[in-house]
Design a protein around this ligand. Structure first.
Ligand SMILES: Nc1ncnc2c1ncn2[C@@H]1O[C@H](COP(=O)(O)OP(=O)(O)O)[C@@H](O)[C@H]1O
Ligand SMILES: [Mg+2]
Length: 252
């Protein structure tokens, strides 16, 4: 067992919405160990994005503590990478210049061979000089992934990154992500509302329920790696999906 990289300790948070007060999270406690791949799964509105924003230091919890590498999170840590559902690329920059952006911002040396290797690793060799507008949604998400990984983040936060892709593209991206994860060994916290995707990807799935947002189940996924494309439809994976579904349904 590796040591904990991320700890949420009885975190509660509410928002003031037009319709009144929303208790987005109540007493959420979770631990993610260094190198682990954890998926957070739950219905829309159960607080998944709020957890990622708290971990990223973009908002502060009203109650409870968030510890990253043993230290209280009070601002965005510089060792994290983020990928969102919508590729947030700069439309006026080429693929290469989007991927190198985090290094520029951090004032780190930019090694063109390293950028080219990362673009190749996400399957976009030949598109280095393309503009984001010329790429499909799936290809744009590949660029987002390359950009998130270029600075070798210790923690990768992913918020429904493949939610807008069709099933085939999403399955491809799932396999690509696992391949990259095995290579770079980042810790991953992956948010999705798709139980199949959570079980396929993660070593552990945390199920969340809504109103108030809270953790309702912890499921270690004890299945062999590397995953194969067809595993998604195998009996064993389906068993996990059904167990998680039952818990989610009870708390929906
Ligand atoms: N900035 C905000 N202002 C008001 N309400 C918010 C805000 N952000 C999130 N919420 C509410 O908090 C709850 C959890 O939201 P969110 O974390 O985005 O859920 P999820 O990502 O699981 O869909 C929802 O009810 C949402 O409407
Ligand atoms: Mg969300």
């Amino acid at each position: 067992m590796t040591r904990p990289l991320l700890i949420l300790d009885t975190v509660s948070h509410h928002f003031q919405a037009a319709s009144g007060e929303v208790l987005a999270l109540r007493d959420v406690s979770l631990t993610v160990r260094e190198g682990e791949f954890v998926a957070l799964v739950g219905p829309s509105g159960c607080g998944k994005t709020t957890i990622l924003r708290l971990v990223a230091g973009l908002i502060q919890p009203e109650q409870g503590r968030i510890l990253y590498d043993g230290k209280l999170v009070t601002e965005p840590p510089d060792e994290i990478g983020m990928v969102f559902q919508k590729a947030t690329l700069l439309p006026w920059r080429t693929v290469t210049d989007n991927v190198r952006l985090p290094l520029e911002i951090a004032g780190k040396p930019v090694d063109s061979a390293q950028i080219a290797a990362m673009i190749e690793a996400v399957g976009l060799a030949g598109f280095e000089r393309a503009m984001p507008g010329e790429l499909s949604g799936g290809m744009q998400q590949r660029v987002s992934l390359a950009r998130a990984l270029i600075s070798h983040p210790r923690l990768l936060l992913m918020d429904e990154p493949f939610g807008a892709l069709d099933m085939m593209r999403r399955n491809e991206m799932n396999l690509l992500l696992l391949e990259l994860w095995a290579r770079i060994q980042s810790t991953v916290l992956f948010v999705t509302h798709d139980i199949h995707e959570a079980v396929f990807l993660a070593e552990r799935v945390l199920a969340m329920g809504p109103r108030p947002g809270r953790i309702v189940g912890n499921f270690p996924i004890d299945l062999p790696r590397p995953r194969q494309a067809g595993d998604r439809y195998g009996r064993e994976m389906q068993d996990y999906v059904e167990r998680i579904w039952q818990v989610l349904e009870r708390t929906a």
